[in-house]
Design a protein around this ligand. Sequence first.
Ligand SMILES: Cc1ncc(COP(=O)(O)O)c(C=O)c1O
Length: 388
Amino acid sequence: MSFFIHLECSQCGKNYSPREIHNLCTCGSSLLAIYDLAGAARSLSREALAGRPPNLWRYRELLPVFNEENIITLGEGFTPLMKAEELGSSLGFRRLYIKDESLNPTASFKARGLAVAVSKAKELGIEKGTLPSAGNAAGALAAYAARAGIKTFVAMPADTPEVFSFECRAYGAEVKLVEGLISDAGRLCREKIEQGWFDFSTLKEPYRAEGKKTMGYELAEQMGWELPEVIIYPTGGGTGIIGMWKAFAEMEELGWVGKRKPRMVAVQSEGCAPIVKAFQSHEEVSEVWKEACTLALGIRVPHAFADRLILKALYESQGTAVAVSEEEIVRSFYEISQKEGILPAPEGAATWAGLKRLREMKLVDPDERVVLFNTGSGLKYVEVMRNF
Ligand SMILES: Cc1ncc(COP(=O)(O)O)c(C=O)c1O
């Protein structure tokens, strides 16, 4: 069923078994899943996908779960790719799209990564796990783990909207709120990891990126196997950018798409822009952002563990990174809501603010196909957005 062959270190290339529990390479870097793509290409065609159920497991040959019985699904993936006519024409764009990830189970794209990570954890016999979160990842882990019978402990900053801790507790997770940022929440999870809990943190676990890569497969399928020119993504830990960039390379090897790839654009807030700063100074890695502060809580990440891989995807794709102000995020939140009928997460709103900046900077042409990622639902951010 799956063409997954092994895990490979993204830095030193060392290989690891796909049937054992692993987090990082011994060199400390993220592990990525490698597939027998030649084998997959022989047994799976683009046409064969068409009749499959509309969820991310339609790409199961290219996902890491070996035994179908271990799949824990709530129907995640295959979210709509909406043409944003009104929003687009306000800036002269004819082909602007919003990939609306708010329609996933638990109302964010985090469902993708955690559906795959929890399914693989079940396959590997993991019984308890933990992660630090800005809210959405915790809700998704708690939901899938509830369904899998896996015990969870999640830690979040104390200013995270209450809906997230309420949701996690309802799913049966143990929740701790921490004064400070996601990095401080991470320190609390470390204590659990030292006691034998599995670490589900972004890119310290190899399979969340696999779930997120399906956003790339879906974009290609939904656009008739032609990738857009530009993808704009709100970047915190960067799993989506890394996952999609991996998906595009896999699809090229499968013969499903051509050589041309989208330019990947990371959007961050001016209040927390470590990747933008590193990109602008052509660095390979980023520095920790001091006093991170933004209402787009999912991108309030002072340091992305896999910063090197995020930056690599931006450089290789000839993309860019752009920081937007809090005012621009708020304005964009209402513009998307009022012009498109989609209530975005503030992180999703930041992508539209990012496109406006790129247009001003003449880094994108209105004739190009542009996809904005609305990564979550505004409904979970009432506590934050009602102040503006
Ligand atoms: C709604 C939302 N958008 C974007 C992000 C950032 O995602 P990534 O870690 O893939 O960069 C998060 C992370 O918490 C989020 O909750």
